[in-house]
Design a protein. Structure first.
Lengths: 102, 102
């Protein structure tokens, strides 16, 4: 745990039993999770924690992730380029508005 | 998504593949997740979102959960009574200090 540090939660659509079946998982969110983690250092974001989650309930706008404690929700994060754009924004202390869910 | 609303993340120890194998899951966190969701209304916390997560990396102090955007981490949440104590505190706008991870 890292009080006050950013924590990125990536929807992987797990059911309670752990079975990954939902929209975000089918769109490859588990692969993107690995890619995201691999890119943190390059973006100076080593202190950011990353976790997978069960369904975040924004399926129609997924693949989705949320950054806390800022409370910034992102959708349509489907490719490595999408992940790059979000991490680029975080590195600048900004929000990737083009992916933001409001 | 509920901007600004509380979001409880409950560690269910999912691996990236979705297989639940870690400490929190073995301690019954998936059952507690269902219990927690069932108790929200009674605590006036209907607007709180609840999600399961993969390993939150505080295994030695689990079963664990974290409440965002407040950024309050809890550990040792092993029984329904533990969940009740945390929800009671949230209902009062307080923190259940006896479970808090710092």
């Amino acid at each position: 745990m890292e009080n006050g540090k950013s924590h990125i939660l990536v929807c992987c659509s797990f059911r309670t039993t752990g079975v990954p079946q939902g929209f975000c998982h089918k769109k490859g969110s588990a692969d993107l999770l690995g890619y995201l983690e691999s890119q943190l250092t390059d973006h100076g974001l080593d202190d950011v924690q990353v976790s997978s989650t069960g369904c975040l309930k924004v399926c129609e706008r997924g693949p989705a992730m949320v950054v806390y404690p800022e409370g910034i929700w992102y959708g349509g994060v489907a490719t490595e380029e999408d992940v790059d754009a979000i991490l680029d924004a975080m590195e600048r202390g900004e929000i990737a508005e083009e992916y933001r869910l409001t």
